[in-house]
Design a protein around this ligand. Structure first.
Ligand SMILES: Cc1cc2nc3c(=O)[nH]c(=O)nc-3n(C[C@H](O)[C@H](O)[C@H](O)COP(=O)(O)OP(=O)(O)OC[C@H]3O[C@@H](n4cnc5c(N)ncnc54)[C@H](O)[C@@H]3O)c2cc1C
Length: 387
């Protein structure tokens, strides 16, 4: 869209046979990939407005934290855990960037009780998309700056009316280029012009924006290599599983909770489905996502888990293991210890630019994908980016 607005003729190549990438609504209505927009994701919000798509506010409610031996609502946490959560935030406020190697170091330093450590770990894992020991402390602290003005409730504030499907269709209706599906990029060579080597054909263009998930990008043979390649290779991609659990009824309402759940079992986090009142959507990351990815039947494993949560009965399960998707190979980018996302975002002034959530301050989010697109287009057209 931005390139066409800047007056360029655009060719659009896509490896899959469908548009949308990690933003995808199944025929059943299951939102398989991205779903939530934060209140301060201004690019996404203004694009939705422009596309005349409404934002659907998150349903009211709070998380139920569920352990094998106990459960509590977020607003009434165990007192020992409450102290640890406060101590975690207080230590983060005054920590030096290199005080700890990973966020796990901060959790160990802040938490005195086993339940506090459990609760903070469950929260960090689902917020960041991986186990705390794989989240670099220095990048995490830098991201925390982005959230400094938040007072609470800004995260996951809205969903897209009609879901990813409505959004993707609206974007496609605004561009002249027709996606060429099934175009799998393998190589890029810059020799005056840019030669794009796809499986079975080649295309020569003046410039290219490579908007691929990080693991897919790093597999492309790029000659000469991207100046930031070494920095990009220090980043990681979180394994991710998403599922929808269709129950007969919204049993959680009768059990005194809201459908928002955090556990450290295979089902790590749920929230109410956007479209079906008796369904919950589940999000699994970290070690549990890797375990699920290795299973032959992830749906059955998740279905069986519900016996530990409720006596209400097992749900119908739809599941997507993102690590097994060849055009994603995981959920989204994370910054492990030793990585420096800021350096990996450095732009060159050549004809090959990268875009995608990995190349943005809002790394991991749809907002980041838009942010990186602005930066890539600015680098190609030398026009100042918005925002
Ligand atoms: C389970 C899950 C939940 C998420 N939840 C949220 C959320 O609630 N909110 C949020 O903001 N973000 C969320 N995200 C992240 C969000 O999906 C991404 O940040 C965003 O979609 C990234 O867009 P992108 O354009 O960078 O990448 P993609 O959407 O992945 O697009 C890249 C495109 O490149 C194509 N491609 C890959 N390899 C090749 C190749 N070799 N040749 C040609 N084409 C190729 C892919 O098919 C894809 O269409 C979630 C992600 C997952 C997986």
């Amino acid at each position: 869209m931005l390139l066409e607005q800047a007056g360029h003729e655009v060719l659009l190549f896509e490896g899959r046979e469908r548009p949308g990438g990690r933003l995808y609504t199944a025929a059943s209505g299951f939102e398989i990939g991205a779903e939530w927009i934060d209140e301060d994701h201004n690019r996404m919000r203004s694009l939705l407005k422009d596309l005349r798509i409404a934002e659907v506010p998150a349903p009211d409610g709070e998380y139920l934290y569920l352990r094998e031996d106990a459960k509590c609502l977020q607003s009434m946490p165990w007192s020992d855990a409450e102290q640890d959560v406060a101590q975690f935030e207080a230590l983060a406020d005054k920590a030096a960037p290199r005080a700890y190697e990973s966020v796990a170091g901060l959790i160990d330093a802040a938490c005195n009780s086993e339940r506090g450590k459990w609760m903070v770990t469950a929260k960090v894992r689902t917020d960041e998309g991986d186990e705390p020991h794989r989240i670099g402390f220095e990048p995490w602290l830098a991201y925390r700056e982005l959230y400094k003005s938040r007072k609470g409730g800004e995260a996951s504030a809205f969903r897209i009316d009609g879901g990813g499907k409505a959004f993707v269709e609206a974007v496609l209706s605004r561009i002249n280029a027709t996606p060429r599906f099934g175009s799998v990029l393998e190589s890029v060579q810059v020799d005056g012009s840019v030669r794009l080597g796809f499986v079975g054909f080649e295309e020569i263009v003046d410039a290219a924006v490579l908007a691929l998930p990080l693991p897919c990008l790093l597999d492309i043979r790029i000659d000469p290599p991207l100046p930031v390649e070494a920095e990009l290779r220090k980043l990681d991609f979180a394994p991710m599983v998403k599922a929808r659990f269709g129950f007969d009824a919204a049993f959680w309402r009768h059990e005194g909770w809201y459908g928002y759940l955090k556990t450290d079992r295979l089902i790590q986090q749920t929230w109410p489905d956007r479209a079906v009142p008796s369904a919950l959507v589940g999000y699994v990351c970290g070690d549990a996502a890797e375990r699920l990815g290795r299973m032959n039947d992830a749906a059955s494993a998740l279905r069986a888990e519900w016996a530990t949560v409720t006596s209400h009965g097992a749900p119908e399960v739809e599941v997507k293991v993102w690590a097994a998707d060849p055009f994603a190979r995981g959920g989204f980018t994370i910054a492990p210890p030793g990585s420096d996302p800021e350096r990996s975002r450095n732009r060159n002034d050549g004809p090959v630019q990268v875009a995608g959530e990995f190349a943005a301050e809002w790394m991991g989010f749809m907002e980041g994908a838009l942010e990186s697109a602005e930066a890539a287009v600015e680098a190609l057209t030398k026009k100042p980016a918005r925002g």
